[in-house]
Design a protein around this ligand. Structure first.
Ligand code: C5P
Length: 217
């Protein structure tokens, strides 16, 4: 009994972590499981949208009906997004993209030395920021996972990344953030109206996000 209120809308979602290789067997990543983004993809399908999901490495199965592109690194995610962005109506960036990557991936396994090891990290592209620069008529939604000054940081991301909505969550709260089935979110719009929700399953949060998107279409 889900309302089919997104028929004909093309929804592009990023999800999961990225991994940034150091050498053939080591990498930098984060504990994102991809659950939030995959739930948005599933909710989009249920509501009739045409859904493309660009996902970093996760253990999750491809949601039924979704076009899935799997990537590893932030650069790969950026390229996959840019190749597919042109006909999207709604873009939701839920991926926990690594902000930095090792400057170079060593060809061989780095050997233990007596000295300490220094790895230079360089900036990755900010995918959401790049989409926001050429937003056009697209509805653009980001996430802000913060451990301090949640609302302030989320509001400044709306401006900086040219977003229509941001989903803010305090990842230190019990029941919120990475590697959980639930989330505690606040959704903020371009006018800085803040809607505060109590703890919900990520599937429920997904529908609430789509409800808010639907209101501004
Ligand atoms: O600036 P910050 O990383 O906190 O912003 C989080 C939002 O930006 C999320 O929606 C995330 O998916 C997106 N992001 C991105 N590419 C990056 C970093 C963040 O798309 N390199």
């Amino acid at each position: 009994n889900v309302k089919k209120d997104l028929i004909g809308k093309r929804l592009l979602i990023t999800a999961g972590p990225t991994i940034e290789p150091i050498d053939p067997i080591r990498y930098i990543t984060n504990p994102s499981t991809g659950k939030m983004g995959y739930e948005i993809a599933k909710a989009g399908i249920l509501r009739g949208a045409d859904v493309m999901l660009i996902s970093g490495p996760t253990n999750l199965a491809k949601p039924y009906g979704v076009k899935l592109i799997r990537v590893d690194t932030a650069i790969q995610m950026y390229n996959a997004v840019m190749d597919n962005i042109s006909n999207a109506d709604i873009v939701v960036c839920a991926a926990a993209v690594a902000d930095y990557r090792p400057e170079k991936k060593e060809k061989n396994k780095i050997k233990k030395m007596d000295e300490d090891l220094c790895i230079k990290l360089i900036r990755n592209p900010d995918i959401l920021y790049e989409i926001g620069k050429e937003k056009g008529k697209k509805i653009l939604v980001g996430f802000a996972a913060e451990t301090e000054n949640l609302i302030e940081n989320a509001k400044s991301k709306i401006i900086k990344k040219n977003l229509d909505l941001i989903v803010a969550n305090d990842i230190l709260q019990e029941g919120a953030g990475f590697n959980k089935d639930t989330n505690i979110v606040q959704i903020i719009d371009r006018n800085f109206n803040v809607k505060k929700y109590s703890i919900m399953s990520k599937a429920e949060v997904a529908h609430v996000i789509l409800d808010e998107i639907k209101k501004i279409i």
